[in-house]
Design a protein around this ligand. Structure first.
Ligand SMILES: Nc1ccn([C@@H]2O[C@H](COP(=O)(O)O)[C@@H](O)[C@H]2O)c(=O)n1
Length: 592
């Protein structure tokens, strides 16, 4: 195995990798009902392509995944059991395949076409489908119809022009689906989104507690199926699945309920009762979930036999579980998808090189602040360089603030391409500023945003508000921290395992399919800023920030002082360079 942190530049992705990948620890346990689960894929359909671990463990692309699903379908037929495929949303925002479209295009429109080439049984909408109206509309008009009623948005509507141009609010996809499996089992399915509040105008997210009181909901769950398949973009723990679960249980005390969640980017599993199971399968195509259940007779009160597994999506995993060799693994459809993805990457010019990154920069494997921290690189070097290019305000002292959640993935040493830029920073967030803010006030904004400062009021941006706007960094970070602490430096050194996720969840047995040693973890604040300039307390400076956090910045400013009431009319555009461009600009200047 490649030692932790060591680079193996000879790594080749398509054939049997030169880097040795640890095979799965044991065969899958099949049941009567088997379900393969993807969630929070965020455009990672080309697989992870870097040579340092853990990346090679996630190197399978969507074509490889399609071949795997095809072989698993065949095995299911041979075993005469059901195999379903489900997805819990967040197809947008995260790689060049979705965000690297040329001007005039729509985010994820082209990459999403690969989803309908796989036999998905049910898909649910995610919050990232809703930040921009045009993306939600594309899902409504072009994506949902491909799935013939199985793209579910139980509590999410979009407003479109109805008859005569009158605006009407309609589900983005369908509210629920009822269908039969290959073996003739009756399924009732929902697709639920957590109580998201960061959605664009003309989209609506109904609170989960209101959804379960709708007449359509009561009608949809009335008839008893063989099992309920609840798919949704909502973490399986510490969110509102119990409301949906209890509403179904109130009508059907013993019917099996299978839940597939997402959003918090973690591997997780729990059981609300002995005849149900809830699985969450990570993020970024770093995990493919597998769940099997043995069904008993209607009305049985016995605990169900359930098995769950978190697979590392790579060809070694896929070949192991589908009993194939490298030479017999690729299906024609799989090859076609891989080729289509590479063509799309070429069309979007994703290999365009901006420079050469001198070292790795990580989001949580290095302390913040530090030389290896991507967040430090951004605030100390990237933003001060990129935002002042051709900017008439370059000579005016400033403080630049951004939310850490705008940065999404590590940078690895070596060629830094358009795709790397968009994986690290996918959002088209604009930079704005408020001029003439007294230095003493501007300096206090960051600590208050991070919940540490005392502005004489309740914390302005509570953890709940941030969570409702989609922020799950804290949950994902806590998960990484917990596995990091559990391992400890000695145990990590003693194990000759590659870096990866080491999951401890609330379901029976071990969930991880391949054994790893946990990634090091260092926490970081929710908001970060450039180093404040020196000067007297009343030095007038530019307070620069990304538009995604503008309303929070205004609230904080107004809590910090009473001399002026700041409103959106004080907020001006700072530069035409967007957040998803700053790394490319910086790399061209400094990494060439
Ligand atoms: N324009 C945007 C949109 C989102 N963010 C960040 O993403 C977080 C939500 O992403 P999940 O995958 O966790 O749903 C959100 O809280 C922001 O941190 C952004 O920065 N700009």
């Amino acid at each position: 195995a490649c030692p932790d942190g060591e680079h193996e530049h000879a790594y080749e992705r398509r054939a049997e990798p030169i880097v040795h990948l640890t095979p799965p620890s044991r065969p899958l346990v099949w049941g009567d009902i088997n379900i393969i689960h993807t969630t929070d894929s965020h455009g990672w359909l080309l697989g992870h392509q870097k040579a340092s671990f853990p990346e090679p463990s996630y190197s399978g692309d969507f074509g490889d995944f399609a071949s795997f699903v095809a072989h698993m379908k065949k095995i299911a037929e041979e075993k005469d059991v059901d195999l379903l495929l489900v997805d819990s949303g967040d197809l947008h925002d995260g790689t060049g395949l979705v965000d690297g479209f040329p001007p005039g295009g729509i985010d994820a429109h082209d990459a999403n076409k690969f989803f309908d080439q796989l036999p998905y049984d049910v898909l649910a909408i995610g919050n990232h489908e809703l930040y921009i109206y045009a993306n939600a509309l594309d899902m409504h008009l072009n994506f949902a119809p491909k799935f013939h009623g199985r793209y579910l948005s139980s509590n999410v509507n979009i407003t479109v022009a109805g008859p005569g141009g009158t605006p009407v609010s309609v589900p983005v996809g369908s509210r629920f689906a009822k269908f039969k499996t290959r073996k003739g089992r009756k399924v009732t399915s929902l697709g639920v989104l957590f109580d998201f509040t960061g959605n664009d105008h003309n989209t609506t997210v109904q609170k989960v507690e209101d959804m379960v009181n709708e007449a359509w909901f009561a009608d949809a769950i009335k008839e008893e199926p063989d099992f309920f398949l609840l798919v949704g973009h909502m973490p399986v723990a510490r969110d509102k699945w119990p409301l949906v679960f209890n509403a179904v249980r109130a009508v059907h005390p013993t019917t099996p309920i299978l839940i597939f969640g997402g959003h918090s980017h973690i591997r997780d599993c729990l059981q609300f009762d002995g005849r149900s199971i809830a699985l969450e399968s990570g993020r970024y195509m770093e995990t493919v979930g597998f769940l099997s259940v043995n069904l008993d007779h209607q009305g049985s009160k016995a605990n169900l036999t359930v098995n769950r597994r978190y697979l590392d999506p790579n060809r070694v995993t896929y070949e192991f579980h589908s009993n194939r060799r490298d030479s017999s693994f690729d299906s024609p459809q799989g090859r076609k998808i891989t080729k289509g993805l590479q063509d799309l990457s070429n069309r979007f010019n994703l290999d365009l090189k901006f420079g050469t990154a001198p070292q790795d920069y990580t989001l949580s494997r290095d302390p913040f602040p530090s030389n290896g921290s991507l967040l430090s690189l951004i605030v100390d070097q990237v933003l001060p360089t990129a935002l002042t290019v051709n900017n008439s305000r370059a000579n005016i002292p400033n403080i630049i603030i951004t939310n850490s959640g705008g940065l999404r993935f590590d940078i690895y040493a070596g060629p830094f391409t358009k795709n790397d830029q968009l994986t690290a920073s996918p959002f088209t967030d604009a930079f704005q500023y408020i001029p003439n803010v007294p230095l003493s006030v501007a300096k206090s904004v960051l600590p208050v945003l991070n919940g540490g400062g005392n502005n004489g009021r309740r914390e302005l941006s509570s953890a709940e508000e941030r969570y409702a706007r989609g922020d799950v960094d804290e949950r994902y970070g806590n998960w990484l921290a917990e596995m990091h602490e559990r391992a400890g430096p000695e145990r990590r050194a003693a194990q000759n395992l590659t870096l990866g996720y080491v999951t401890q969840d609330a379901c029976p047995g071990i969930g991880d399919d391949t054994l790893h040693t946990p990634l090091p973890f260092f926490p970081s604040p929710g908001f970060i800023s450039s180093t404040p300039p020196t000067g007297s307390v009343d030095t007038a400076i530019d307070l620069v920030f990304v538009d995604f956090i503008a309303s929070e910045v205004l609230k904080v400013l107004n809590g910090l002082q009473t001399t002026k009431t700041y409103t959106s009319s004080d907020v001006l555009s700072y530069t035409s360079i967007l957040l998803n461009e700053v790394l490319g600009v910086f790399a061209q200047v400094k990494w060439n």
